[in-house]
Design a protein around this ligand. Sequence first.
Ligand SMILES: [Zn+2]
Length: 223
Amino acid sequence: MEPSEILDHVRQLIADHSAGDPDKWFYANRFVFARLQLDERKTKSGVKKRLFAAKAACYRCSQPFEVKKGVNLHRLDQSRGYYDGNCVLMHPHCHEEHHAENAARESATDTEVIPPANGSKGTLVKKSKVYDDAPFTYWWDIVPNFTNKLDQYEAVEFFCKDTQLRCRVSIEELKPFLTEDRQTSRGDGNWGIKVNNGHEDELAFEPAPGGKTKWEYLPVTWT
Ligand SMILES: [Zn+2]
């Protein structure tokens, strides 16, 4: 059985169980969701424990950890799971730097264009992997020189590689967030767009360093 079939199956079981009762649906859905997440967290905490026991240092800066709290677990091969041999530990700021370095390269390669059709312009699809143990779950960077090309498109779709869910934002909606005063210090002054933890139904537009701008949120629908 494929993962999507497993999901369909579970959805059907929950629908049968709740038989149209929204309270029952909510409880059963939340129960299954929370316990599956817990299974993943348990796997991760086991790997983390063993790395600490082996006196692992930070993968990036090679310094030992003074406190265990807040240390990030990172998968070396992001297409593989959490298990010993594919995981290392990093300080939270080292982890962030590590991903920031890769972000420009990833944002350049992880795009796809849906060509124009029926008189409408094309759509740009930007893809993000899932980020674990970070204050955000997904992260797309937009490079400044790309803004010259924005008008070739009708919309940008922000795509999550793990769930295959995407949200569509028109160029008109996107443009007001891509201003000079909101450019970050990454790459050529990339704009950072994230899904922050606790804000799953919104795209979060990263503020510029220095505190002159704030996080801005745009409500979106994932399909
Ligand atoms: Zn470090």
